[in-house]
Design a protein around this ligand. Sequence first.
Ligand SMILES: [Zn+2]
Length: 265
Amino acid sequence: MVMQDFGVTAICCTPSYFIHLVERAAELGIDLRELPIRAGIFGAEPWTEGVRVHAEREAGIKAYDIYGLSEIIGPGVASECEAQEGIHIFEDHFYPEIIDPETLEPVPDGQEGELVITTLSKRAMPMLRYRTRDITAVIPETCPCGRTVRRLRRIGRRADDMFIIRGVNVFPSQIESALLTVKGASPHYQIVLTRESGLDQMEVQFEVTPDVFSDTVSALETLQRDICKAIEHTVGIRAKVSLVEPHTIERSQGKAKRVIDKREG
Ligand SMILES: [Zn+2]
């Protein structure tokens, strides 16, 4: 492989794109665990522990979360260390505050709220108390790695990503977490929202792996039922769960589009 020639041992991309690479490698008969890549640095979209486990297992890497936003500097505002227990924010450059998005008041460490960032060293375009719309919390304890810059809880949710269905606030990352607790489910999924006779419906379409797809009908039904239960347990509402053939859901080259809202008005 070319990568070996250059001694490349890390990859940085969106987690959904990496999952796509894992899948392509399998199709091409390449075992990623035999390549020299040892670390994946993934960001630009919320992702879950389930995806981390999948990426680490399939590619033989350690998967680290990186956080940033183009309005500040792009990636690198905060990053996980080897402990993989929250993202260290580089406080010498970025001053973080967590606020209640409704009252705009700061919340105590450990409590969830919206991350607000003030840049301390940026010259041409400084940002003062920039509201990120990202939901997180300050982790009060010091990190096992020994660094003293503060950590933020992994950002699994953006206020913008949230959708409301039958009065319940739902984040796509909650659906992803639920899916990945079920054995045989793949991380390729899409949420389709529709309205039938005035009532909101949520359909979760997810792809099964080729070997699961060729399984018996009753095994597929069990998988479908297990996923339905896991979603109901996580978000508290029932979803229609559809199993779709491998490669049906469009692969993202950048940020994955998880929600298709067909409801009107
Ligand atoms: Zn650390």
